[in-house]
Design a protein around this ligand. Structure first.
Ligand code: SF4
Length: 448
């Protein structure tokens, strides 16, 4: 298991060091101190006893000293009023098995009303060794079953639910509190993902032990005219990856066809996959946007497990642009590390080597952020990850984020690197406050 042994030993050494150096601390204070010692030890590769040596046994002094060392930038800039220091737990069962890269569900479970659908047939044909069963409804099936959290999430790729959606078709992207929204809308088709990104919010948000795919796309189409607003941007990539299983779901073809009748709307397929064969065969009307989330290869290797490489994604981008699709790129999350600027600069240059400025529909930039609860999930699922070594502190929306000035540095450098290719690119920030938008002199994308 990836670094689990090493990290559990580090945690034990941190506990031993704190217990022997600071005997008078109560349980909660000890817990916070152990976390700080562990995090410093992991990031700086220093032994825990060397971290606590020389610090007086007084909680205020211990905490001040360790916080300064763990979050030097945020401490210096007074951006650390409420550090998030929950109990640190690691256990072998929660760590993700990175060997299981191939997606092959053991169970395909269909609601009775969806069991004879084309989607059910497609899944049965694609996975003939899977056990197929029928349930009356997913809601009844899950009633009384308590999700066991991380271990259920780790097993989710083993089960596919095929459902008949009755009411949850579209919604406005909830964004985050106190942020400038981009006016995006969600076409709520499928829930859950076959990839495993360390930073994904779904690992804490998902409460279903499997991936959900509605079989009645036609009902979404019936409902859409009531929901539609001219000029809107809508897409399927919010609670799932739009194209990850498109060779089986075949969602893309009817969607592309349907939006020929709604040319005043932009529809976005947002993906990390390169599953574009069906999209390339379709005859589209120019309002379909194929979108990729991009990161340097070193970040993909360490954080986007089971997802295609940067080069593969760029190849797919080029093919879609050549087929006349508009392209969107999401630099989200941008991760801050030594040499980040050079690495992201290379990605931007590679992108514009592959396509032309006129192919771009929009570009978003968002820095790493997540609900505080996700931190413990990342630690447990990806022990030894370096993602959490950065200075992530509670931000304007209580999510853990880099301090304001680091985020400002990231956005202004990214904007500069993009403007080398064109000063007219439609760029927006994802989940940022109005203060940041103003400082960067950005204006939200209009009603789209
Ligand atoms: S591709 Fe997107 S939805 Fe899938 S795990 Fe990664 S971040 Fe989550």
């Amino acid at each position: 298991m990836r670094s689990y042994k090493k990290e559990s030993k580090r945690l034990k050494d941190s506990k031993d060091a704190v217990n022997s150096a600071f005997r008078r601390l109560g349980i909660n204070k000890k817990q916070e101190t152990i976390r700080l010692v562990y995090e410093i030890s992991k990031r700086d590769n220093v032994k825990p006893p060397d971290i606590v040596r020389g610090i007086p046994d007084n909680f205020k002094k211990i905490k001040d000293e360790l916080l300064k060392r763990r979050f030097p930038y945020a401490s210096l800039n007074r951006q650390l009023s409420r550090p998030h220091l929950p109990k640190l737990k690691l256990d072998q069962d929660s760590a993700l098995d990175l060997e299981k890269s191939v997606f092959y569900p053991d169970n395909i479970i269909a609601e009775t009303s969806a069991s004879r659908s084309k989607l059910s047939d497609n899944f049965r044909k694609a996975f003939p060794k899977a056990k197929f069963s029928e349930i009356k409804s997913l809601k009844d099936h899950l009633a009384g079953k308590k999700s066991s959290g991380i271990s259920d999430y780790n097993k989710r790729r083993g089960t596919v639910f095929i459902t008949h959606e009755n009411y949850d078709f579209f919604k406005k992207c909830p964004c985050t509190k106190m942020a400038v929204g981009c006016g995006y809308h969600i076409f709520n088709l499928s829930f859950g993902c076959i990839f495993d990104c360390t930073y994904c919010y779904l690992q804490e948000y998902m409460n279903v032990p499997g991936l959900i795919f509605p079989a009645n796309l036609d009902r979404f189409f019936q409902e859409f005219p009531k929901y539609k607003k001219p000029g809107m941007r809508i897409g399927t990539g919010e609670f799932s990856d739009s194209l990850m299983l498109d060779h089986i779901t075949e969602y893309s073809l009817p969607i592309i066809d349907f939006f020929k009748k709604h040319r005043d709307v932009y529809f976005e397929f947002k993906t990390k996959s390169v599953n574009i064969d069906k999209v390339l065969k379709a005859n589209h009307s120019g309002n379909i946007v194929t979108a990729w989330s991009l990161n340097p290869q070193s970040i993909i290797d360490e954080n986007e497990f089971f997802a295609p490489s940067l080069k593969e994604r760029l190849k797919a981008i080029k093919k879609c642009a050549d087929a006349g699709y508009k392209i969107a790129c999401h630099f989200d999350p941008v991760i801050y590390f030594n040499g980040w600027e050079k690495e992201y600069g290379k990605v931007i240059d590679m992108l514009f080597d592959a396509i032309k400025v006129k192919d771009i529909a929009w570009i978003s930039i968002g820095t790493l952020r997540f609900n505080p609860k996700v931190k413990q999930v990342i630690e447990a699922r990806f022990p030894g990850n370096e993602l959490l070594d950065g200075e992530l502190v509670p931000g304007f929306d209580n999510k853990l984020r880099y301090p304001h000035s680091i985020r400002h540095e990231i956005y202004s450098s990214m904007l500069k690197m993009l403007s080398k290719h064109s000063k007219k690119l439609p760029v927006y920030l994802c989940m940022e406050n109005s203060y940041m938008w103003k400082e960067l002199r950005l204006r939200p994308l209009c009603a789209r």
